[in-house]
Design a protein around this ligand. Structure first.
Ligand code: SAM
Length: 266
């Protein structure tokens, strides 16, 4: 077996630490200490009928997208619904959101979160759908002012704090998830109107799933990256990364805000 194959197939805590030490060097120890501490939550209350707690940088990500009047918004991977709640309180009375979620169990949770937290007037502007978000662009092109691609990702914080997930981890995981994230991002860019915005997010630290996905998309699709301006976010090539060791426990969150140009701009 080649060294490359050995690295890809090695499993467990040591393989996990070796992979991220290669990416983050000495900072990995500080990152893992931050994983062991309390996350930094924000309590959303404005416009809601009851409070909802979510990571402070996730809330900031959902606030950084420009929303035109009467915005049509597509949230490709919506459950449990934190970012969708923030967006619901931001759209105006002519705005509409399609909140999509493939998993039936998580979709049930999404229904509950939206039903319990939103006043009827806002809830009525959200339609929940159950499609494979990676294929959306095949069926509806150039249709939404804003598309959110908050994709399934490595979630290292979660893996680090779960013996079961750590034992199962291998470097194949970020590789496979990055490939899948590329399909979500392509679908999001295709579904977005020219002149509209795509918000791409992960809670991953693996660079393949963050800038790597955007870089690969840029070879096939035209877009411009716009600074999202997330508090405590550190600029990367295409977006910003919130690292819990540098952000008081918030994150991890990678956020890229991409503008699809009008044909006159490309
Ligand atoms: C990172 S979570 C989204 C978090 C959500 N945006 C929020 O702010 O609460 C990713 C979601 O994508 C869903 N998902 C996974 N594969 C999918 C697919 N092919 N199509 C649509 N949703 C999918 C997962 O079930 C999961 O709920």
């Amino acid at each position: 077996m080649s060294r490359r194959e050995r690295i890809r197939t090695a499993r467990g805590r040591d393989a996990f630490n070796a992979y991220y030490t290669e990416l983050y060097g000495e900072d990995w120890a500080a990152i893992t200490r931050a994983f062991e501490a309390e996350p930094m939550y924000e309590t959303l209350t404005d416009g809601l009928v009851k409070p909802y707690h979510l990571d402070v940088s996730s809330a900031a990500a959902a606030r950084c997208v420009p929303l035109p009047s009467g915005a049509r918004v597509l949230d490709l991977c919506a459950a449990p619904g934190g970012k969708c709640l923030v967006l619901a309180t931001r759209i105006d009375r002519d705005g509409q959101i399609v909140a999509n979620e493939l998993s039936a169990g998580r979709r049930a949770r999404l229904h509950r979160v939206l039903d319990e937290h939103l006043p009827e007037s806002l809830r009525a502007r959200i339609r929940i759908s159950a499609h494979d978000g990676r294929k959306w662009g095949l069926f509806e092109k150039d249709a939404y002012d804003v598309v959110i691609a908050d994709v399934p990702c490595s979630s290292e914080r979660h893996v680090y704090n779960s013996e079961k997930h750590l034992a199962e981890w291998s470097a194949n995981r970020p590789i496979t998830l990055a490939r899948q994230a590329g399909a979500f991002l392509a679908a999001a860019l295709d579904a977005c109107k020219p002149g509209g915005h795509v918000l791409y997010c992960t809670c991953a630290l693996s660079t393949d799933e963050n800038d790597g996905v955007i870089e690969r998309a840029s070879r096939r699709r035209v877009f411009m990256s716009v600074a999202p301006g997330i508090p405590a976010g550190r600029p990367t090539r295409f977006g910003e990364l919130v690292r819990p060791d540098l952000a008081g426990g918030a994150g991890p969150l990678f956020v890229a805000l991409l503008k699809k140009p009008l044909s006159s701009e490309s």
